[in-house]
Design a protein around this ligand. Structure first.
Ligand code: 9MR
Length: 445
C-alpha cells in the first residue's frame, strides 16, 4: 500500500513537472537572431539574411534608411517572415539601408538582432557630381588644361574648379601697379560658361608672392596700403562670379604653430590675417571667406594655433566663413579618427568645412615601381573614407570636396617628392582608377 502511494505520488510529481515545463514552452525566452550579411545586392533590392533561432516560429524584419530606424522602408516595418531570409525590393540605387530582425513564438518576441547596413548598387555610368547634391565636388584647372579630355572629364564629373596656380599673387600681380588677368580671366570665364562653381585660391600665400612684394621698397604703412589695394582689386574683379576665396593660406609653422615669418608677417605682424579678411569682406559682402592650411589633421599644435587665430577673428566680428584642410595625405596616414577630430574643430565653431587639395600618396616611401593591385585597393579605401567623412557632415557645414588634380602624371607631388606616385583618380590615359570608384562609393549617402 505504501509502495502504491509512493508510485501515485511519483506520477503526480512527474505530471506536475510536465505541465510546468509545457507552461514554460508557451512563453519561451527567445534569443535574438544573428543577423547575417545581405546577399544579391542590386540597384533596387537585396536579400536580408539571418541565422535561425531555436523555438522561433517566425521572424519580424525592419528595414530603414537611417541607422536609428526612424524612417522605415515602406512595407518593411515589422514585416512577418516565415524563414531565415527575405527579398527586400523597390529600393533606390546608391542608397544606404539598415536592417534588423526579431524572433517570434506565439506572443513572445525576442530583442533585436544587431543592425546590418548595406548600400544598393551604384548604377553604371554614375558620375561624381550626381552624388553630391549638398556640396561641390571640385578639381583644379590650369588655363592650358581646359580643352579635350580635361574639358570632358571636368564637366562630366565635377561641379567646381580651383585654379592650380594662376589665381595667386605672383601670377595676377607680377609687378607693382600692373595686374595680369590673362589666365585668371580665362579660368573664371570658363567656369561661368560651363556653369561650374569657382573657388578662388589664394589671395595671400607666402609661396606665391611676386619678387617685388618680397623686396618691397616702401614703408610698412605703404606695404599695408598696397596689400589692401591688391585684395580689394582682385575680390572686386570677380565679385558675383566667384563663390569663395582662400583669403590667407598657410600662415603658421609646422610643429611649433608660431606665425610663419613671411613678408606679410614681417611687415604687418599677425594682424595681416584679420586685415585681409576684413578687406575681402568689404570688397564683396557675399563671397565666402576661408583660411586654408595643410597638416591640420596630424599637427595638433599647428591646428590649435590656427583655431586660436580663427577664434580671435570670430570674437572681433571679422568675417570668416570656413576653414580649408588641405588633404595632402597618404594611403596609410592620417588615421580616420584624427581626421574626424580635426574636422570637429571646424564644426564646433559652426563654420564651413572645405576638404581642399585632396590627393593621396600611394607610394609615400618610394618602395613601389608600379601601382600594385593591393596598393591600388588601399588607395581606394582611403579615398572612400575621405568621401564618406565629408558626405556625413551636416549640410550646413558643407562646402566642397576638392581633388588636387585629374591624372596621376599631372600631380605636383611627382616633382615635389622626385619619385613616381599615383595619387589621383585617373591614370595617365584618363582611365578611372580604383580610387575613382572609392570616391564614388564614399559619396553615397
Ligand atoms: O599644385 C600647385 C603647383 O602646380 C604650383 O606650382 C604651386 C605654386 O603655385 O602650388 C601648388 O599648389 C599648392 C597650393 O596652391 C597650396 N598648397 C600646397 C599646394 C602644393 O604645393
Amino acid at each position: 500500500m505504501a509502495l502504491f502511494k509512493n508510485i501515485i505520488g511519483l506520477i503526480f510529481l512527474l505530471l506536475m513537472q510536465v505541465s510546468c515545463s509545457s507552461d514554460d514552452n508557451a512563453t519561451p525566452s527567445l534569443s535574438a537572431p544573428l543577423a547575417l550579411n545581405p546577399s544579391d545586392i542590386t540597384q533596387n533590392s537585396f536579400v536580408a539574411n539571418w541565422a535561425g533561432v531555436k523555438d522561433a516560429q517566425s521572424y519580424v524584419l525592419d528595414v530603414s534608411s537611417d541607422i536609428d530606424f526612424t524612417s522605415f522602408v515602406e512595407g518593411y516595418q515589422a514585416l512577418s517572415v516565415n524563414g531565415i531570409y527575405t527579398v527586400v525590393d523597390n529600393l533606390s540605387p546608391s542608397t544606404s539601408y539598415y536592417y534588423r530582425v526579431r524572433a517570434v513564438n506565439g506572443t513572445a518576441e525576442s530583442s533585436n538582432s544587431m543592425v546590418i547596413s548595406l548600400t544598393t548598387e551604384i548604377p553604371d555610368g554614375s558620375v561624381l557630381k550626381e552624388l553630391t547634391q549638398d556640396f561641390f565636388i571640385g578639381t583644379i584647372v590650369q588655363s592650358n588644361r581646359m580643352t579635350g579630355m580635361h574639358h570632358e572629364v571636368i564637366n562630366r564629373e565635377f561641379s567646381s574648379i580651383t585654379a592650380e596656380y594662376e589665381m595667386k599673387m605672383n601670377i595676377m600681380y607680377p609687378s607693382e601697379g600692373v595686374y595680369d588677368w590673362t589666365a585668371s580671366d580665362a579660368i573664371v570665364n570658363y567656369a561661368v560658361e560651363n556653369k561650374l562653381n569657382i573657388h578662388g585660391h589664394a589671395l595671400v600665400w607666402h609661396n606665391a608672392t611676386p619678387n617685388w612684394v618680397e623686396n618691397f621698397s616702401g614703408t610698412d604703412a605703404e606695404f599695408e596700403t598696397m596689400l589692401e589695394e591688391y585684395v580689394k582689386t582682385v575680390v572686386t574683379r570677380y565679385k558675383g562670379k566667384i563663390t569663395s576665396w582662400d583669403v590667407v593660406n598657410e600662415a603658421f609653422n609646422d610643429g611649433s604653430g608660431t606665425y610663419r615669418n613671411s613678408v606679410f608677417y614681417q611687415r604687418m605682424g599677425a594682424s595681416f590675417i584679420s586685415k585681409c579678411f576684413q578687406w575681402a569682406r568689404e570688397a564683396d559682402p557675399d563671397v565666402l571667406l576661408f583660411y586654408n592650411d595643410y597638416n591640420m589633421c596630424s599637427d595638433q599644435t599647428k591646428r590649435d594655433a590656427v583655431f586660436s587665430m580663427v577664434d580671435d577673428l570670430i570674437s572681433n566680428s571679422v568675417a570668416i566663413d570656413g576653414v580649408g584642410y588641405q588633404m595632402h595625405i597618404a594611403y596609410n596616414w592620417p588615421a580616420k579618427k584624427d581626421i574626424q577630430d580635426a574636422t570637429q574643430d571646424i564644426l564646433d565653431r559652426n563654420l564651413k568645412v572645405h576638404y581642399a587639395e585632396l590627393d593621396i600618396r600611394a607610394n609615400p616611401n618610394n618602395d613601389q615601381s608600379t601601382l600594385t593591385d593591393a596598393r591600388s585597393l588601399e588607395l581606394k579605401t582611403k579615398y572612400k573614407e575621405i568621401a564618406e567623412l565629408y558626405t556625413a557632415l551636416p549640410t550646413v557645414n558643407k562646402y566642397a570636396l576638392t581633388i588636387w588634380g585629374l591624372k596621376d602624371n599631372e600631380s605636383w607631388l611627382l616633382d615635389f617628392h622626385g619619385h613616381i606616385d599615383w595619387p589621383l583618380l585617373y591614370n595617365n590615359n584618363f582611365e578611372e582608377k580604383d580610387a575613382y570608384y572609392g570616391v564614388l562609393e564614399g559619396l553615397v549617402k
